[in-house]
Design a protein around this ligand. Structure first.
Ligand SMILES: *[C@@H]1O[C@H](CO)[C@@H](O)[C@H](O)[C@H]1NC(C)=O
Ligand SMILES: *[C@@H]1O[C@H](CO)[C@@H](O)[C@H](O)[C@H]1NC(C)=O
Ligand SMILES: *[C@@H]1O[C@H](CO)[C@@H](O)[C@H](O)[C@H]1NC(C)=O
Ligand SMILES: *[C@@H]1O[C@H](CO)[C@@H](O)[C@H](O)[C@H]1NC(C)=O
Ligand SMILES: *[C@@H]1O[C@H](CO)[C@@H](O)[C@H](O)[C@H]1NC(C)=O
Ligand SMILES: *[C@@H]1O[C@H](CO)[C@@H](O)[C@H](O)[C@H]1NC(C)=O
Ligand SMILES: *[C@@H]1O[C@H](CO)[C@@H](O)[C@H](O)[C@H]1NC(C)=O
Ligand SMILES: *[C@@H]1O[C@H](CO)[C@@H](O)[C@H](O)[C@H]1NC(C)=O
Ligand SMILES: *[C@@H]1O[C@H](CO)[C@@H](O)[C@H](O)[C@H]1NC(C)=O
Length: 777
């Protein structure tokens, strides 16, 4: 997550005082006119000075050598539809990545943030909750292994306020061992405590640690954790003004963690996930013989790699994988970054030389628009028996007066290889075919992924003049619908913040209990949802809607209602995981009958309503029922009133106890008791449902982690205000069932708005204008 790794839990780095100076993750390139040998001596001196306590434990473990060549790693949500679409589809997911950018070496599976914190389930519970649970994850891992892909789990050290479950490192080690997992990514962590390594050793199960902060310690002082941290993420640039994407030094920096190990056995995945143009990060990784974090589904916002960047990644990864197999990009004898014989800094040509067993590999990047590189080959590699290859183009090349020229594309890469052991035929052929078309032929255009709101079939048509006793009639109105999503990330523009969801003082002042706000970053695209009248997903939504008439359940569906439903319908879930977890022996616990029914999946809630001829409400219908027409912030008025809602706590309270909290239409328990299901959305990769109203439960990262100067709480954001909604990702009933998430139903009436979206657009004539003939029940 953006920037939050700057803060580190006290638990994990006791040396961390209030001020943790975060050094850059790279060593700067030679200064202008600085001699290369002087610069290299400085780098070696830095290594010497920082190697105290560094014991390279992980590198002596042969089961972890895979980390050195894990060049391409995406983070992926387990609910991504390419990976799970009613069943697990590892091949479908990997085939797509093979096709688009040449495949991956490891995968970071992530089921936790942003849903975590909605109820007491802890981070490990989210792995258990996926369809099939840990057994399915074992199978999933096996399927990835069959395709030579290692599996890392997400780890959220800040998850200290949900259900407690032993020491995190013990749980992580046990679960990885049980599922065959290969490692974990330490979200927000600068370094990894040794306890994780020891927990693996205690179980005779080594796994790789990958801190988001790369392994760079506070204050640049104690690098001992590098010894048990073979992987890391790298934020190798400076944040742009947008606060999200990175700017890079023109002269590429040298990966500190890789440099620290004299054999370069550490591998960093350079991460710049919000950038629509990824070439700079891919080049920087290539220059360092490092990996790239090819993350696209970022909390449901799809930042698709452009065709050109995908092709660049395919070519760089192909070259790196070959170099990795040959132990040239790691475990080398020598690494000379900014190798003077091939570098032309003025024109943006930068080269690294890697040497091993008499062979040399130059990895070059072109940050400018030269079309040619010139390499003054060191005498050693001009000696007897040496052949030189332009690996990128798959060609043998002949030096002329010790100089080799090769073509290179603007914002492209190249690789030169000197060997006495003959041509690497297979690679040369592969690269010859691959490089036939210039990168310039591939599109650099970035597209936002379109979402669709799921159509919701009309309910049976009820008689508005004689509504059932549990329902109230909402009249037909022109509703000024205005709402914003509460996502922390994805950008939040404080100059365009009509409903105050950005982290501004106004948000904090007005933001109700447990105010949680979006991180202020100017660059945003595709965050939140896309309503049918919008051209792309966006954080803020505003539309005048012709709604109603319709009937609305006055109260939430209770445990007693749901028991009756189970009895009448005979419903039995295929997957019982967490189904009505709070019940006892198939019944609500005594005293719980009038509490809202929770631990029910989204489809299960829909099925309930349908059974009674009703449907779930649209989010704007829910808002109308709660808000009336005066734009108020809460059902009872503009100001927060703690006496109108249940006090903060864990479990729901019985319905209808807070009449003061009722809306102008008499609808109750809208805010502060349980979250309520409304509309669902999907794009090609992700499904999500908008939840309204918030629950009593609001865990706080910051309170449990007093050492963190967190401006943001990373748990599921509350949305008590009626102009906010929170987005909850959907996967399966087992995954969605939450102890704080309930629902109520609505019903269409004669002459109400029409399917499929149940609204009528005043200002255009072609939008669902017809109100169809319907049958009364
Ligand atoms: C670097 O060297 C060039 C040519 O040798 C010279 O013109 C320039 O002034 C030097 N720059 C600095 C900052 O020393
Ligand atoms: C390494 O430590 C020595 C002795 O303190 C110091 O002189 C030198 O500048 C340090 N090297 C670097 C690159 O900081
Ligand atoms: C998921 O399954 C649905 C229904 O079979 C299909 O239409 C859709 O294309 C699938 N999505 C993906 C990403 O495979
Ligand atoms: C895991 O794979 C085994 C063997 O293929 C299969 O029998 C089992 O049903 C799978 N389990 C899950 C939960 O997918
Ligand atoms: C590369 O290194 C690994 C592990 O150190 C070794 O097993 C392998 O044989 C080496 N490969 C080559 C081509 O030298
Ligand atoms: C690319 O070429 C143009 C025109 O020759 C030049 O103005 C520009 O500075 C060059 N860009 C880089 C990064 O070298
Ligand atoms: C390489 O390019 C330079 C400058 O373009 C040229 O002077 C030289 O002759 C070329 N050398 C070879 C071997 O092609
Ligand atoms: C609707 O209810 C009213 C009042 O009970 C009744 O007069 C009317 O006949 C009902 N309409 C239909 C179509 O059943
Ligand atoms: C519903 O409850 C009744 C009375 O207890 C019982 O006879 C009937 O079998 C139940 N039906 C189902 C589907 O459980």
């Amino acid at each position: 997550m953006t920037s939050k790794w700057l803060a580190l839990p006290m638990l994990f780095q006791t040396s961390l005082g209030k001020d943790c100076w975060s050094p850059p993750e790279t060593l700067a390139a030679p200064k202008l006119n600085q001699s290369h040998s002087e610069w290299l001596a400085e780098l070696k001196s830095w290594r010497h000075n920082h190697s105290q306590g560094y014991n390279a434990e992980a590198y002596r473990d042969p089961s972890l050598t895979w980390t050195r060549t894990s060049f391409v790693q995406p983070q992926i949500h387990l609910y991504d539809l390419f990976l799970f679409n009613g069943s697990w589809t590892v091949d479908r997911y990997l085939d797509d990545l093979d096709h688009r950018y040449g495949g991956i070496d490891s995968v970071l599976i992530w089921p936790t943030y942003t849903n975590i914190g909605i109820d007491e389930r802890n981070q490990f519970d989210y792995f258990r909750a996926v369809p099939g649970g840990l057994a399915a994850l074992s199978n999933l891992t096996e399927a990835f292994h069959k395709r030579n892909v290692k599996v890392l789990w997400a780890y959220n050290p800040w998850d200290q306020a949900t259900r407690e479950e032993g020491q995190h490192w013990d749980v992580m080690a046990s679960l990885l061992k049980a599922s065959g997992g290969d490692g974990f990514n330490g979200d927000t962590m600068k370094t990894i405590p040794k306890a994780f390594w020891q927990a693996g050793q205690a179980r005779s199960y080594s796994f790789a640690a990958e801190p988001e902060g790369g392994g760079i310690p506070c204050n640049d002082d104690d690098y001992s954790s590098a010894g048990w941290t073979p992987l890391g993420w790298g934020y190798f640039g400076h944040k742009r003004a947008d606060g999200m994407t990175m700017d890079y030094d023109f002269e590429p920096g040298v990966d500190k963690m890789k440099w620290l190990d004299p054999k370069g056995r550490h591998l960093t995945h350079v991460c710049d996930r919000w950038s629509k143009s990824r070439a700079a990060a891919i080049q920087l990784a290539f220059f360092n013989g490092d990996g790239y974090e090819s993350w696209e589904n970022i909390w449901g916002l799809f930042n698709k790699v452009t065709d050109r960047d995908a092709e660049l990644l395919r070519r760089s990864a192909t070259l790196l994988r070959w170099a990795g197999q040959r132990n040239l990009s790691h475990d080398f004898d020598n690494w000379i970054p900014h190798a003077p014989e091939a570098t032309d800094a003025l024109h943006g040509i930068f080269a690294s030389r890697f040497e091993k067993d008499g062979e040399a590999l130059w990895l070059l990047i072109n940050k400018g628009n030269r079309s040619e590189i010139t390499v003054h080959v060191p005498a050693t590699y001009l000696g007897k028996g040496y052949e030189l290859f332009d690996l990128y183009h798959g060609l043998r090349v002949s030096p002329n007066g010790g100089v080799v020229n090769a073509s290179i594309e603007a914002i492209g890469i190249s690789a030169l290889f000197a060997t006495t052991r003959g041509a690497p035929q297979e690679l040369l052929e592969k690269m010859r075919v691959m490089s036939k078309h210039p990168l310039a032929m591939f599109s650099e255009t970035w597209h936002v992924l379109q979402q669709e709101m799921d159509a919701r079939p009309s309910s049976k048509v009820f008689n508005a003049s004689s509504p059932p006793p549990e329902m109230v009639l909402l009249p037909r109105v022109n509703f000024n619908f205005a709402v914003s999503g509460t996502e922390f990330e994805g950008g939040c523009d404080p100059t365009d913040d009509p409903n105050q969801v950005c982290c501004t003082s106004a948000c904090r002042e007005h933001g109700g209990p447990g105010c949680q706000c979006g991180v202020m970053q100017l660059e945003y695209f595709g965050v939140d949802v896309q309503y049918p009248w919008e051209t792309r997903p966006d954080r803020n939504h505003k539309k005048e809607l012709d709604l109603g008439p319709l009937l609305f359940d006055r109260d939430l569906v209770t445990n007693s209602d749901y028991l009756q439903y189970l009895n009448a319908s005979g419903y039995h879930p295929a997957d019982k995981f967490n189904f009505l977890k709070h019940w006892d022996m198939g019944r609500p616990k005594p005293g719980d009958e009038q509490k809202p029914a929770v631990n029910i999946g989204f489809q299960e809630a829909e099925a309930y309503c349908r059974y009674y001829g009703k449907r779930l409400p649209h989010s704007y219908e829910w808002q109308l029922a709660a808000q009336g027409q005066d734009g108020r912030r809460y059902p009872w008025g503009h100001d927060w009133d703690p006496s109108a809602v249940p006090p903060p706590g864990h479990d729901p309270v019985a319905i209808a106890q807070y009449e003061k909290g009722a809306s102008v239409f008499g609808v109750r328990d809208l805010v502060g008791n349980v979250w309520q299901y409304t509309d669902s959305f999907r794009d090609e990769h992700t499904r999500a449902v908008l939840l309204r109203g918030s629950s009593r439960y609001n865990p706080q990262v910051s309170e449990a982690f007093p050492s963190l100067h967190q401006s943001v709480n990373w748990y599921f954001p509350p949305a008590h205000e009626l102009n906010k909604h929170s987005k909850y990702f959907l996967m399966s009933n087992s995954y969605e069932r939450a102890g704080t998430l309930g629902f109520r139903c609505v019903a269409d009436v004669a002459n109400g708005a029409a399917a499929p979206y149940h609204y009528h657009n005043h200002h255009s004539t072609d939008d669902y204008a017809d109100r169809p003939e319907v049958q009364f029940i």
